[in-house]
Design a protein around this ligand. Structure first.
Ligand code: X8Z
Ligand code: ZN
Length: 377
């Protein structure tokens, strides 16, 4: 395992913001437990099977349909932008749009890879939510809160990445996967999701904390970049790859900061989505917390109409009630609760604790250095 006593270099995470570490999966998995196995590779499968963006979109739609959602209106297919239009200077950050009266659209410039496979499900979650609350008075045609809006597609994304679902849709066919014990495959999957979702949490938290501190005057205009790197150091254990100064303004490299778009909603979503996922899995009879045999991370609710009904019920509340009510409808709880997230990752947490102990790895990193803008390498 990688020692976390190191402060990571931002490029080393394979993502310019270090918001996902999934791109260093092969490095992190360099442990005898995996015996050379690097996990399943959706990108390679998509290419081998000549996937195009419409096939990915249809798979995503089909998942919702299997849960009892209606098919998407034809205007969605006609009016959305799925691919980068040639010769047009377009803001390609993936987004979903509600033009109301069942005119819902997506805008993205998809490429055929795992990241976009997941992003299509994320954006479709927004679109399905718009359709579910369209029947309500206009003022209630919103998510229960914006964290809910960000969570819907991710709940489906968690599901489609399971071993059983990937098999169902024919995206897990490789020879290299066949001889790997199921438990090792499940652990690889869990580690992959952790590199995506757990690595995201400190980032999802700091983006708006930074902006709030700027607005409060706690961060002064003369220290805008230094304060950014101090936070990246403190919460993410990240350092810049090359020396930075106040002449740079690195926060603006993030779309949501330049576009003045809220970010804490993704942090909320990353807690909430595990609550919703667990609630739906239990409703579908696909997960039982008292059984150690089936991990929550392997639950597949595809085709389970009861779970689909709960999911739709939650979404159909729109903003007509406080967010605690739709949450209660699907989870039985009225508060944001990180325990389902911990439950989801429990087998990985246990494995990491044992493996780190075996390898004498010290977890954590030191205090923020006096000049957080200095590249350590
Ligand atoms: O911006 C997005 C979505 C559009 S709502 C693609 N996300 C955040 C990001 O890319 O930084 C999803 C996860 C976090
Ligand atoms: Zn979104």
């Amino acid at each position: 395992m990688v020692s976390t006593s190191l402060r990571f270099h931002i490029l080393f995470t394979g993502n310019p913001w270090a918001q996902s570490w999934a791109n260093i999966k092969d490095i992190v998995m360099d442990d005898p437990y995996f015996n050379g196995y690097k996990g399943s590779d959706i990108t390679e499968e998509l290419h081998n099977q000549n996937y195009n963006v419409f096939k990915i979109l249809t798979e995503a739609e089909n998942f919702f349909v299997s849960l009892g959602f209606p098919k998407l209106p034809s205007s969605f297919w006609e009016k959305s932008i799925f691919l980068r239009p040639p010769g047009v200077d377009l803001n390609c950050h993936p987004s979903a749009w509600n033009l109301h009266n069942y005119d819902v659209r997506m805008k993205m410039c998809a490429t055929i890879d795992e990241k976009n496979f997941i992003t299509v499900h994320h954006e479709m979650g927004h679109v399905e939510y718009y359709l579910m609350y369209e029947y309500l008075p206009y003022i209630f045609q919103k998510g229960a809160n914006q964290g809910f809006h960000e969570a819907i597609g991710d709940v489906v994304g968690l599901n489609v990445q399971t071993h059983s679902h990937m098999k169902k849709i024919g995206l897990l066919t490789m020879e290299k996967d066949k001889n790997v014990p199921r438990k090792v495959q499940n652990m690889a999957h869990l580690l992959h999701i952790a590199l995506e979702k757990i690595a995201f949490l400190p980032y999802g938290y700091l983006v708006d904390k930074y902006r709030w501190d700027v607005l409060k005057g706690k961060i002064r205009p003369e220290n805008l970049n230094e304060a950014w790197w101090a936070m990246k150091n403190q919460y993410q254990g990240m350092a810049p790859p090359v020396d930075r100064t106040e002449k740079d303004f690195d926060p603006a490299a993030k779309y949501h900061i330049s576009a003045d778009s809220k970010y804490i909603v993704y942090f909320v979503s990353h807690v909430l989505q595990f609550q919703i996922y667990k609630g739906l899995c239990m409703e579908a009879g696909q997960y039982n917390p008292s059984s150690q045999h089936v991990w929550l991370s392997e639950c597949d609710i595809y085709g389970h109409s009861g779970a689909g009904q709960k999911f739709r019920e939650m979404m159909a509340y729109g903003a007509s009630q406080p967010w605690t009510e739709p949450l209660h409808a699907v989870t039985g709880s009225r508060s944001l609760d990180a325990r389902p997230l911990l439950e989801y990752f429990k087998p990985l947490y246990k494995w990491l604790k044992e493996t780190n102990k075996k390898n004498n790895v010290t977890v954590g990193w030191g205090p923020v250095p006096s000049n957080p803008m200095k590249a350590p390498l």
